[in-house]
Each structure stands twice: as structure tokens, then as C-alpha cells.
Unconditional design. Sequence first.
Length: 352
Amino acid sequence: MALGSCTNLVMAEKLNRMMKEGFGVGMDDCQLTVARREKDHRLLFSGYGSYLCATKSIEKDQVITAQMKHFPCEHYSNDQQWTMERKRGVLMEMRKMQAWRRLCLVMVLLMVGQGEGQLAENFYSSSCPNVEAIVKQEVSTKFSQTFTTIPATLRLFFHDCFVEGCDASVLISSSNGDAEKDSDDNLSLAGDGFDTVIKAKQSVEAACPGIVSCADILALAARDVVVLAGGPSFSVELGRRDGLISQASRVAGNLPEPSFDLDQLNSMFARHNLSQIDMIALSGAHTLGKGLFTSDEALFSDPASQPTVTDFANSPGEFNGAFITAMRKLGRVGVKTGDQGEIRKDCTAFNS
């Protein structure tokens, strides 16, 4: 067969098609972040058939896409031009292409893995499109009955996320008094917060049975009480599943103690990917009627945190921005997604 024959598909085409069929992404979809000063136009692959080649155009700090291009067969139709030196060069480029293909495959696998278990603001857009309106209505109704709804619901959200993650484990009831809510550290949580979420869940179940988790309803309710208190509104990422563990014995050491100083607070919040600014912003919810944690006073007395506290007090816009960022970060702590956990029928009890 002449080197210029166009009767066969090249290996790269086959691999690209396999990747497309198996993963929905081919080599021509892979992106690399590179940092090269010079432009680099390089033949990455050449072989029999249609001479499928990948040409990279690389600029410093530029994200580029490796594009697969078909070169006319007549480019290499003359056997006399196909020298041994060219053959060696092509073999070297083929080896490079093999490495490139492996890298692309790894990237595809990473993209597939990262695509699973992610929260999304539109998670229920098809399965339960009215969930936010339903929760908002129930929260508003509860708020009209008692202002305690605001601090109670907000503190419930924080305490839930800090123990097992944002998985509604704090809502589980136990006849033996050994559930998470029965811990000494959680006895101060007001019943109005629990009632808000439980009633919202009942209304959501009536509209979308078995679809929306209690963890997501708690996250939505926490946002809604902030708005009712005059705070900023923000989008809530959804897709959490309800946890399968709720034990009082697992609470100790996961919530700030009254005696914690700033360093201890920073250390605990950092475990949840929350910065000192996040911590101060979240603790600013003391303006809603009660501090989130009993150790909030340390933030107002330590010279290292006092400037931020003062800045937030003098700039509502700055505080609101920091608060929204912190709330969204908090809502991602320890979430269960995908096939983890369950969607409870009743927020106070596991399904089985």
C-alpha cells in the first residue's frame, strides 16, 4: 500500500471515536493549560490514511484546545519524499501523540469523575421546579407566627453542617435520646427551627414526593430567613442528600466551645474550608437575634479580627458580599451527593 493511500482510518481517528462514544468527549475536546513563551505549531501525529494531525498553538498562560485536522493525502503521496529521516521524525511524533492520548484520556476520566456529585442551583428545575417557592411560603408562614424562626433556622443550618456535613443529620429524632440533636451542644437549638424545616418538607413532599432532600430544604430555609431578616438574597446550590448517621456522641469537638479564642476558632473553621473572614461574616448573624455560636465574643475582642468586624459594621455592602460567599461555602461542607445517603420521606427519621 502506498504511503499516501486514503483507504484506512488512522489510529488516532479510531481512538477519538472510541473516546467520543465511551465518554462523550474526544481528543479534540481536551484542553490544556500551558505556560510557554514561544508559539509552538507542532505536528503531533501522522500516519496512514487521511493523515490526521493535531496542531497546537501555544501562547504564554493561554488555555488552548488541541484541534484535530485532516491533511490532504497528496501531501505525502510521493514515496521519494518519505525519507528515513522523516520516518524517524514521524515515529517520534507518534510516541508524543501516544503520550498526548494518554493525557487526554486521563483528563476525560477526571472530567467524568468531577461531573458527578456536584451541587447545582437548577438541580430540581425539572423534577421539582416549584421547590423554592414552596419552601419560601412555609418559612414566611412560620415567621409570621414567631420571629424566633429566623435565628432558630439559621443556627440549625450551621450546627448541622459542622458535625456530619450539610446532610440534615441534626433533624433526626431518637426515642433513646442519642441522636445528634440530643447532644448537650445542640440542646440550645430552638424548636422553631426544626418545625420550619419539617413543615416545609411536608409541603414539598405533597408536590414532589421522594425528590427533594431535607438537607436541601434546610439550606433553602436558611437563605429565606436571612432575606426575611432584611439580609441579602442569594442563589442556593442544591443536590444534597440526607445523611444516614445521627449520633450525639459525634458532636463533641465539632462545634466551637464558649472558651475558644480566635486561633481555635480559625482552626475549626479551616477544617471546613472556611477562612477567618468567612467566620466573621457568618458570626455577623448575631444581628438576627442571637449569635450562631456561643464563642462569637472572641471575634469582637481579639485585635486580629477586630478590624474586619469594624469594616463590616461600617460597610453593609462589604458585609453582605462576604456573608453570601461564606454561606455558599458553608452549604458545601461535607455534602452527600450522587448515590450517597438517601432522600428522607420524613426529616425526623431515616427511611429504614
